[in-house]
Ligand binder design. Structure first.
Ligand code: ZN
Ligand code: ZN
Length: 196
């Protein structure tokens, strides 16, 4: 049995959090970690109790949705709300932080930023991180924690169904089905995973 690495574990948590995002423009999740423990998490969304972009549409000014608080900010603010120190902590984010979040993360004493996807990586943010001695590390999400795997499985199943109604031979369909199943066999629990 393969044991999940810490990086994959915390990054998977951030991807789960991103599924809670209420903004249509981008779904971001962030997990603050200290001593291999998750101390806070956040996703991009409205102020508590406010209307959601997914219901009312985004409030866009100068190309940015101004309704939402970014995932990294929400995670840091959760720490401040409950009095949890962030000095020396690490953060796992689904996307490279924007300039504003970059400054907040540095100021909160975050030491390492792990991110899954490059996202408009601002040169000034890169410079600020470097000058502050904050490490930025790209963590590729392994296929087994792909939050879209269920969607993909459903796509494949639909494809097989369509093939069954077409001219393909039964043998070919059987082979395709086996190949598709093999794609997911290393993560048998994944069929139910993304519904968490
Ligand atoms: Zn929005
Ligand atoms: Zn941000």
């Amino acid at each position: 049995m393969n044991r999940i690495s810490w990086d994959q574990y915390f990054m998977a948590q951030s991807h789960l959090l991103a599924l809670r995002s209420t903004c249509e423009r981008l779904a971001v999740g962030a997990t603050v970690v200290r001593d291999k423990r998750m101390i806070a998490g956040g996703y991009n969304g409205s102020v508590s109790g406010g209307v959601h972009c997914i219901d009312e549409g985004c409030y866009v000014i100068d190309g940015h949705c101004v309704r939402t608080i970014h995932a990294e900010m929400n995670a840091l603010l959760q720490c401040s709300k409950f009095g949890v120190a962030t000095e020396g902590a690490e953060i796992y984010v689904t996307h490279f932080p924007c300039l504003h979040c970059c400054k907040a993360l540095i100021q909160a004493g975050i030491q390492t930023v792990y991110y899954a996807k490059d996202y408009k990586n601002h040169p000034y943010a890169i410079e600020l991180f470097r000058d502050a001695g904050v490490q930025t590390v790209k963590v590729e999400v392994e296929e087994s924690f792909d939050p879209r795997s269920l969607e993909k499985l459903e796509y494949i199943n639909g494809l097989i169904e369509r093939l069954s109604n077409a001219r393909s031979s039964q043998e070919e369909i059987k082979r395709l089905k086996e190949e598709a199943m093999n794609l997911f066999s290393s993560t048998p629990s994944q069929a139910n995973g993304p519904r968490l």
